[in-house]
Design a protein around this ligand. Structure first.
Ligand SMILES: [Zn+2]
Length: 191
C-alpha cells in the first residue's frame, strides 16, 4: 500500500478538531460518486466555495483508482465532519473510495479493495479502540437519518473475510461490522 501524506487540506483548509486516541471507535467507508482522480478531488476541496466549509465535508483518507492512499487528516488525533451525523464524527475515521459513477453504482477497483484492506488492518493495529466498520449510508440510518447510497456498490464480504483471516471476531449485518473484538490474545499471536 502506497500512502501519500498530503498536507494541503490541513494547512490550507482545516487541520481537523482534536480528539484523544481512545475517542476513535469507527471506520466509516464512503465513495465519491464521480471524480476523475484523488488529485482532482483534493484540488476541488481547496476551491473557495469548498474552503468556506472548513472541517465540514472532509475525510481522513482517499483511495485513488490505482490503489494509492492519500492521508489528508491525521486519523489518530483529529476528527472532521463527513458522515452527516454531526459531532458523532468525533469517533470516526472517514475513508473515501474514488468512484467513477455519480450514483456510486460502479464497483471499486481490485487495487482499491486491496489498499482499503491494508489500511483497515493498519488502523486496527494502531488504534485499539476501533470496533466498528460501517458504510456511510448505513451509519446515517443508525442515527435515524435517511439512507444514502454510499459507498454504494461494494462487496462487504471482502472486508469480513479479511477480518476473519486476521483472527478478528465480530458481528455483521448489512453494511455494518460491529463489536469487533479487540483482544490482547490477537496481538500476541501476531508477534
Ligand atoms: Zn459518504
Amino acid at each position: 500500500m502506497n500512502i501519500i501524506i498530503d498536507n494541503s487540506i490541513r494547512t490550507q483548509r482545516h487541520p481537523g478538531f482534536f480528539r484523544g486516541m481512545s475517542d476513535t471507535k469507527e471506520i466509516t467507508v464512503h465513495a465519491t460518486g464521480g471524480g476523475s482522480s484523488a488529485g482532482a478531488l483534493i484540488a476541488w476541496l481547496l476551491t473557495p466555495g469548498q474552503r468556506k466549509k472548513k472541517a465540514d465535508g472532509l475525510f481522513h483518507y482517499c483511495i485513488d483508482y490505482n490503489g494509492d492512499v492519500y492521508e489528508l487528516i491525521d486519523p489518530v488525533e483529529k476528527w472532521v465532519y463527513h458522515s452527516s451525523t454531526g459531532k458523532r464524527d468525533r469517533a470516526t475515521i472517514g475513508i473515501e473510495i474514488m468512484k467513477k459513477d455519480v450514483r456510486n453504482e460502479s464497483e471499486p477497483t481490485i487495487q482499491q479493495y486491496r489498499s482499503l484492506l491494508q489500511l483497515i488492518n493498519t488502523l486496527l493495529e494502531n488504534i485499539d479502540t476501533i470496533n466498528i466498520i460501517c458504510g456511510h449510508g448505513r451509519r446515517k440510518k443508525r442515527y435515524g437519518l435517511n439512507y444514502k447510497n454510499c459507498p454504494g456498490k461494494f462487496d462487504w464480504n471482502i472486508i469480513t473475510d479479511e477480518l476473519i483471516s486476521e483472527g478478528h471476531k465480530f458481528k455483521y449485518e448489512s453494511e455494518y461490522i460491529f463489536e469487533i473484538e479487540r483482544s490482547d490474545e490477537k496481538n500476541n499471536t501476531d508477534s
